[in-house]
Design a binder for this molecule. Structure first.
Ligand code: ZN
Length: 114
C-alpha cells in the first residue's frame, strides 16, 4: 500500500500547515502527481477517503492534478512525451537517454484553510 503511506505523509503535512496557519479547518487539499511517479491516483484518492474522516481535515475536498510526462532529447533538444517510464527514445532523432523534465513529481500544491 504505497499510496496509503503517501496519503498519510501528505495528510500530516497538511495538518502541520493548517496548525501553523492557526486554522481550524482545512477546506481543500491539492496534490500534484506526475504521470510517471508510479502513484495510482485512484488508489491515492481511496487512501485519502479512508484517512480524512478520522482526521482534523475531515471536511477537506481533495483535488489531484495529474502532471503529464515531458522529456527533452539531449541530442537534438526536442521536447516530447515519453512512451514509457524507463526508455526515453527521441521520436525525432531516435537517440536514447533524454532528460525527463516533468512527470515524476509528487507534491502538495496548496491547502485552503478556514
Ligand atoms: Zn532527439
Amino acid at each position: 500500500m504505497h499510496e496509503l503511506a503517501i496519503a498519510q505523509s501528505a495528510l500530516q503535512q497538511v495538518l502541520r500547515e493548517a496548525e501553523r496557519a492557526g486554522a481550524g479547518q482545512v477546506s481543500r487539499i491539492v496534490l500534484r502527481v506526475g504521470a510517471l511517479s508510479g502513484v495510482e491516483t485512484d488508489a491515492l484518492r481511496f487512501a485519502f477517503d479512508a484517512l480524512l474522516p478520522a482526521s482534523p481535515a475531515a471536511r477537506a475536498q481533495l483535488e489531484i492534478e495529474l502532471v503529464p510526462a515531458l522529456a527533452r532529447c539531449r541530442d537534438c533538444g526536442h521536447d516530447f512525451a515519453p512512451a514509457s517510464d524507463t526508455l526515453f527514445e527521441c521520436p525525432r532523432c531516435r537517440a536514447f537517454g533524454a532528460e525527463l523534465r516533468s512527470g515524476r513529481e509528487l507534491y502538495l500544491v496548496c491547502i485552503d484553510c478556514a
